[in-house]
Design a binder for this molecule. Structure first.
Ligand code: NFE
Ligand code: MG
Length: 519
């Protein structure tokens, strides 16, 4: 048995370590380890509840807006105004979150995943006049390969032209991400980490000039998604069709839904959303999500066992570094005691199986192009395709939503902070289902818990010994070349894991509050 360790496996977004035990060319066992402690829950204790939307955004620079959204949904529910948000407030919240979805999905495909499939070294021989490619060529000539290496060698299958074009798109995608940030800044003031997303609604008022600037930018981005992003994903799928059969995972999918279309239902899971909540199991049956079936286990995580099996609303964050049998700072969230994958694949399949016409209209042509059934979606390429198609669905919807804003009408609903209350915010971020839970006592935060998407996907074994979704996606995979285990990185990265949600606790002077030896 040979142990392959990849640490970190994430290109940015924090440190995820993956270990695969390989024998006779097959992964027999796998472990996913979050190597940093987050501890935001501890920082929030004792603070004004309204601080939650500002502080939780800092969990991550890639997906801050969904933390802002989950926290304000959580506060709205604790303050008793979940069904009283104005249409302007609801729509602007959707536009802010949508901008962050686009940025995150484009980032993931081009900058975090594509170079597992695209051979960037081909650009060394480029003799055209595309400025982006010329600058990469001079990077290579100077030996400045920082963003592109280390990498595995061998299995790059695109033509020279396709490799060169995709590398140019890598650079173009940086510009698209900037434009997506500008979308968010138009209504949020700045990006990342804006001040406009607040309990009760938003602080910014829509004006015709801002709406026009927004629409102009979102249409430019839509051209890129239709003309570049989706064709590039399909080109990768054409060249690597075996990845429709690799990394299928745990087979159970979970989505809380995202982008409120109607703010009248205080039950977020039952609310009409662009992408609705639901579960789907391997046999493609649909289920409803019930919040009280969500629990977190810690037997194999560095937390005290007293916190295991708890509903997050009563969860605890009690670190126990060095605990016997533990191997991760990530807890193991489970739904109804079972393992679930979250993310774009979950959202698209849940809504596909539910018969959503728009989602079927996006997914069916791709499936028929590859002569495949919906089960092919449970794969590495299925995750990439779902993410790209969802990106289009969200961007197209944003172009409609921005025109529904009504200048001059209210964006904000008044409230008072109760002395004692509890609240829950459930919504999907780019990487999947995100839950925030709050308990307020004496007008202050008594307990705050976040269960984030990567916690679901990168979770270690639970108390029953069930491996997490990424671990399950690796186990049983055949590795063609153990020196260059492309299969492992392609599987893990197809989940778009983000461990930035696991940052150090630091003092204002930048010193660690505590040091933990992780062995
Ligand atoms: Ni840090 Fe995130 C998303 C959230 S993932 S990127 O999407 O919440 O854990
Ligand atoms: Mg948590």
């Amino acid at each position: 048995m040979r142990k392959i360790t990849i640490d970190p496996i994430t290109r940015i977004e924090g440190h995820l370590k993956v270990e695969a035990m390989v024998e006779d060319g097959e992964v027999k066992d796998a472990r996913s380890t979050g190597t940093l402690f987050r501890g935001f829950e501890l920082i929030l204790r004792g603070r004004d509840p309204r601080d939650a939307s500002q502080l939780t955004q800092r969990i991550c620079g890639v997906c801050p807006q969904v933390h802002a959204t989950a926290s304000i949904l959580c506060l709205d529910s604790a303050f008793g105004i979940a069904d009283k948000i104005t249409d302007n407030g609801r729509i602007m919240r959707n536009l802010l979150l949508g901008a962050n979805y686009i940025q995150s999905h484009v980032l993931h495909f081009y900058h975090l995943a594509a170079l597992d499939y695209v051979d960037v070294t081909k650009v060394a021989d480029y003799d055209g006049d595309n400025p982006a490619l010329k600058s990469i060529k001079s990077f290579i000539a100077r030996g400045e390969l920082g963003p592109f290496v280390p990498r595995y060698e061998g299995d790059y299958r695109l033509s020279d032209e396709a490799d060169t074009a995709a590398t140019a798109h890598y650079v173009e995608a940086l510009d698209i991400r900037r434009k997506a940030h500008e979308l968010a800044a138009l209504f949020g003031g700045k990006m990342p980490h804006n001040c406009a997303t607040v309990a009760g609604g938003v602080t910014e008022h829509p004006t015709v000039d801002k709406m026009t600037s927004f629409l102009w930018r979102v249409n430019e981005i839509r051209d890129f998604i239709d003309g570049v992003y989706i064709p590039d994903v399909l080109a990768v799928a054409e060249a690597y069709p075996d990845y429709f059969e690799i990394g299928s995972g745990c087979g159970s999918l979970l989505a809380y839904g995202v982008f409120d279309l109607d703010g009248a239902n205080p039950d977020y899971l039952g609310r009409a959303r662009l992408l609705n909540s639901g579960t789907v199991s391997t046999d493609l049956t649909l289920g409803q999500v019930e919040a009280n079936k969500i629990t977190e286990y810690v037997k194999h995580s560095w937390y005290e066992d007293s916190g295991t099996g708890r509903y997050p609303g009563e969860g605890e964050t009690a670190p126990q570094p060095g605990k016997d049998g533990a191997y991760s700072w990530i807890k193991s969230p489970r739904y109804d005691g079972k393992v679930y994958e979250v993310g774009p694949l979950a959202r698209m399949v849940v809504n596909y199986v539910a018969g959503d016409a728009a989602v079927k209209g996006l997914v069916d042509p791709v499936l028929s192009h590859f002569d495949a059934g919906p089960e092919a979606l449970f794969s590495v390429l299925g995750r990439h395709a779902a993410r790209a198609l969802e990106c289009k669905y969200v961007a197209d919807s944003m172009a409609d939503w921005v025109l529904q804003l009504k200048p001059g009408e209210p964006v904000y609903t008044e409230y008072t902070i109760p002395e004692q209350a509890s609240g829950m915010g459930l919504v999907c971020g780019p990487r999947g289902a995100l839950g925030h839970w709050i308990q307020i006592e004496d007008h202050k935060i008594a307990n705050y818990q976040c269960v984030v998407p990567t916690t679901w996907n990168a979770s270690p074994r639970d108390d029953q010994g069930q491996p997490g979704p990424i671990e399950q996606a690796l186990i049983g995979t055949r590795i063609k070349d153990e020196e260059n285990p492309f299969e492992i990185v392609r599987i893990v990265r197809s989940f778009d894991p983000c461990l930035a949600c696991a940052v150090h606790v630091i003092t204002p002077k930048g010193r660690d509050l505590a040091r933990f030896r992780i062995s």
